[in-house]
Write a protein that binds this ligand. Structure first.
Ligand SMILES: [Mg+2]
Length: 278
């Protein structure tokens, strides 16, 4: 897939995230728009996982530790063929498996997550098991910046460095906001890079909306042989919709009909601009 195609996909994904959240009248809008470029790159450019090999022990693993942004993951999994996209019209409906957090009832999901602070530890275990089984696979997890306050993440980081899990890559969706406010006001993470490096990880930073740069970095992981990789992806909560960007109420805000139309028209304009460039 070309970088241009990836960029077009990101906008289509944003439109679909809004479509299904609007339809369900529920969802984590800001965080899904924040992390969707990361998921786009992982599933379309980096990971060796697909509906065809999902039962193969040698597949790459992805665990979305920030489970509340599951709408982005649903849209991407549907696009790569794990289930029909129209299933998402049941999002958050009674008896639907498409609920507000990842569960293994949905094809393509590796783990139930959303109780925060679990994904990295699960992935460290997966990565260690893969090493012991001589399986040449990579394990990826997406962390939220709010969940970095969970001590379990730092325990998992110690373990991953101790066992030299260079088949493990954690990506932080660093949009600097969490449910109750700015990270800096709730529990500050800085100096984050130095902290993670001190825990024995190789760290790189990137614009988390630059699909080309992220693909380059992730396809060249591990960043350092013998160390787990930590990618700090600087993002914007609500990215792509002007009135949602960096506005806290969109953490799980649902657009009104007028806001939905306005958001789609903004994204369509972006799509048009990109298409003209092709
Ligand atoms: Mg955040």
């Amino acid at each position: 897939m070309t970088n241009q195609e990836l960029k077009l996909k990101s906008i289509e994904y944003r439109k679909k995230i809004l479509k299904y959240i609007y339809h369900a009248k529920a969802g984590h809008t800001g965080g899904s728009l924040s992390c969707v470029d990361i998921l786009n790159v992982l599933y379309n450019k980096v990971m060796n996982v697909s509906p065809a090999n999902f039962d193969d022990p040698g597949r790459d693993r992805y665990v979305q530790s920030k489970g509340h942004s599951v709408e982005a993951l649903y849209v991407v999994l549907a696009d790569v063929g794990f289930f029909p996209e129209e299933d998402l019209l049941t999002l958050c409906r009674y008896k639907s498996p498409y609920i507000g957090h990842p569960t293994r009832k949905v094809r393509g999901m590796e783990q139930n997550t959303g109780a925060l602070g679990h994904g990295l530890a699960i992935c460290a275990g997966n990565a260690l098991a893969a090493k012991k089984d001589n399986l040449p696979l990579n394990v990826y997890t997406l962390l939220g910046d709010g969940e970095m306050a969970e001590g379990s993440n730092w325990e998992a980081m110690m373990l991953a460095a101790h066992y030299k899990l260079d088949n493990l890559c954690a990506i932080l969706d660093y949009n600097k906001q969490q449910i109750t406010g700015a990270n800096a006001d709730v529990i500050g993470l800085e100096p984050l890079r130095q902290k993670v490096e001190a825990f024995g990880w190789a760290v790189k930073e990137v614009d988390g909306h630059d699909v080309e740069a992220m693909a380059d970095l992730l396809n060249n992981a591990p960043f350092e042989e013998g160390k787990p990789s930590f990618l700090i992806a600087h993002t914007i909560k609500g990215k792509g919709v002007s009135f949602m960007e960096k506005v806290l109420k969109w953490h799980h805000g649902v657009p009104s009909p007028e806001q939905y139309e306005l958001a789609l028209s903004e994204l369509d304009r972006e799509l048009e601009k990109l298409t003209v460039q092709v």
